[in-house]
Write a protein that binds this ligand. Sequence first.
Ligand SMILES: Nc1ncnc2c1ncn2[C@@H]1O[C@H](COP(=O)(O)OP(=O)(O)O)[C@@H](O)[C@H]1O
Ligand SMILES: [Mg+2]
Length: 423
Amino acid sequence: MSAEHTAASVQALNIFLNRHKIGTIVRTPGDFNAFSFDPAYRATGGYPILSLSFRAANGGLRKDPRPIAGSLPAFFANLLPEDKLRDAMEKHHAGRVRPGNDFDLLAALGADLPGAVRALPGDGPDLAPAKATQTAPKARFSLAGVHMKLSVMKNTGKGGGLTVPLGDGDGDGDGDGDGDGEYIAKFPSTAFPAVSENEFANLALAEAIGMEVPERELITRDQFDGIPEEFETMTEGRVLLLRRFDRGPGGQRIHIEDFAQVFGIPPARKYEGAAYHDIASALSIAISPLAALEFVRRLALSVIMGNGDMHLKNWSLIYPGDGNAPALAPVYDLLSTIPYLPADDLALSLGGERAFKALTSSRWKAFANRAKLPEPAVLKAVVETVQAVDAHWWDLPERAVVPGAVLERIDTHVRTMTAVLVG
Ligand SMILES: Nc1ncnc2c1ncn2[C@@H]1O[C@H](COP(=O)(O)OP(=O)(O)O)[C@@H](O)[C@H]1O
Ligand SMILES: [Mg+2]
């Protein structure tokens, strides 16, 4: 085995945003991971933007983050898969990636990360990216989240199946990473019956009430060709296929960051690191109060639909065009958790409260004040969302795919919450 193939051999990762070199993560003895921005990137004032967490309140870049022992700075740790998907990736890259080692995993998956970031092995800040030497092509996509999922390509030829891209994610070798998966396939879970259908219907509702939602379809497993065995799941049921909003036509990468990254919070603290008013106020400052009110509509939708999983990693910013300014990314991971977890409550606190039934107008007013948004605008956004759901949910064609027992529990919650929210 050559030196390139051992887990500890990569000592530096050069960080790129599309073709722009941003900085370098160096692994030092004692497993400290130090990230520093390149002087040339610093000279731009920090454009295109990697993360709002690196920007000072008065504009420009902050000092480099302090090196951390054993884990990556929060922004980079948040690019990695979690739980089961992480286990599968560690197994898939066994020999190069030691279990629980963030730097090893980022080195293995760095060619295909969320958004426009790439982390490519290099020997130091000034060297051009070295191509990783590989014995056999491996899947290199990284997606956050705990459920089993794959980043896949649609084959245009022969029968049009779905495949997992293998190799360095750069089909024509010009360094821009085309040839990556343009879809995310989310596999169902045995613990949550009809979870794909549930999310499919929730996304359809969000679209019906005017929200920005990725294209999606429900598919069957026989549409996949050659899934590496580490990613095979035993579960039955349909798979939710979503168009990736961080990939443009031709595989172009569009940068995104989630709110754990925006706040510099490690992934393990996604349920407690901040409250909903923090997200709203960040949106209001970084984009506009209108973006914050769109967030309020999405929050109200989650409350009505009994979605208790909207933690910091289920909301993102997107950086379209030149990448110099953020916008609110489309919705994703919308599903009703209440049919599976009847006692579920909000993933983060809203006006100091997490229990669904306690979210009366006084909580939304408290939220509005903490977010520095006008109370009447917030209350109006909530009531209008309740009315829009009431106008669309009961006749939504996509209800037909959700099994009766799951649908009944959702419907009961919708009726209860309608009374709480407009009462
Ligand atoms: N349509 C999409 N386009 C681009 N990125 C997406 C899309 N949907 C989800 N993601 C990214 O993939 C991650 C995992 O997807 P998610 O639906 O949240 O799965 P899980 O249910 O496992 O949390 C998200 O945190 C987000 O960064
Ligand atoms: Mg998620």
